[in-house]
Design a protein around this ligand. Structure first.
Ligand code: SF4
Length: 307
């Protein structure tokens, strides 16, 4: 039983054998020996588990378990982008469906996106297509010194003008996480006014302006480690709300401030009750077309090899 960091506290701290971010859970599922993997997360994560360990039965406790980012891009979109930018390496954030992973050269997570981009740049490439998260792409582009453009979508895709003099250019996509998109710079300013000693941590799915206003930005695991490495203190986590609850439960000496209207509706569908029904009825089985699975393995294995 695998539990993503965004699971509600009652579930997160009880039934999963392994908890963590999507990269860690992908690694665990690749090596799982059990016949059945129950993935307490969303569909794209369960599809990744099934692809990495196809002989196991993978169950998702919710019939939907969607994701606004995963729904923002299709395999046809990737093919259209590759036709628009022939020969340009393609990277997708893991938050997409398997058909998309089957079309790209690399998969990355928020924990290793920068490493994957640097790995491609080190091979001498000057352009990288990075899908589907507009904000993660912009945050990684800033960290790696790349310019960023977004192709225009006027019925058909058109190249966007590139800034003069840019030595490396990232080609992004306008997908957004509906949860992290809600955080604003004003939220950070208001929290600092009320709690001058607060440390603000932002997930890189937040806008570049919010990330800039924060003290630290990193994947869910990197944020957890940051807080756990501090002996005490007060923290504002700009990410899915349950994660703040989960850290607070484990670290009673840290004070977690949350903007608790911000709960992912997709992650929220996975409850203890649904998980029990999933085990009882062996539902909802996640399958991946074998051709798609095989084509997605190259990009997934490259991600796991990079770190
Ligand atoms: S938090 Fe955002 S990226 Fe994560 S599953 Fe929910 S909608 Fe998707």
């Amino acid at each position: 039983m695998l539990g993503h960091n965004y699971m509600e506290p009652a579930l997160f701290h009880s039934v999963p054998d392994f908890t963590g971010d999507s990269l860690y859970l992908a690694r665990v599922s690749a090596k799982a020996q059990a016949q059945i993997i129950v993935f307490c997360g969303v569909r794209f994560m369960a599809e990744t588990a099934k692809s990495l360990n196809p002989s196991r039965k993978v169950l998702l406790p919710s019939a939907k378990g969607g994701c606004s980012l995963a729904e923002s891009v299709t395999a046809a979109d990737v093919r259209a982008l590759k036709a628009l930018y022939p020969g340009v390496p393609t990277v997708t954030y893991i938050n997409c469906y398997q058909e998309v992973k089957a079309e790209v050269d690399y998969v990355c997570t928020s924990g290793n996106a920068e490493q994957v981009v640097k790995h491609i740049l080190a091979q001498g490439h000057k352009k990288i297509i990075f899908l589907p998260d507009e904000y993660l792409a912009a945050n990684v582009a800033r960290e790696t010194g790349m310019a960023i453009v977004y192709p225009r979508r006027n019925g058909k895709l058109e190249q966007a003008a590139e800034p003069a003099g840019a030595s490396t250019v990232m080609i992004g996509w306008r997908g957004r996480c509906e949860v992290h998109d809600k955080f604003t710079v004003e939220d950070v300013t208001n929290a600092r006014k009320q709690f001058p000693d607060v440390t603000v941590l932002a997930h890189p799915e937040c806008s570049p302006e919010v990330v800039e206003a924060a003290d630290f930005s990193g994947s869910t695991t990197q944020m957890i480690k940051y807080v756990e490495n501090m002996k005490s203190g007060r923290y504002l986590l700009l990410t899915e709300c349950s994660m703040g609850d989960n850290i607070a439960a484990k670290n009673p000496r840290r004070e977690m401030i949350r903007l608790c209207s911000v709960r992912c509706p997709h992650m929220n569908e996975i409850s203890l009750e649904e998980t029990l029904e999933s085990l009882r009825q062996e539902r909802y089985e996640v399958t991946v077309d074998e051709d798609v699975r095989q084509r997605s393995m190259t990009s997934l294995e490259r991600m796991l090899a990079i770190g």
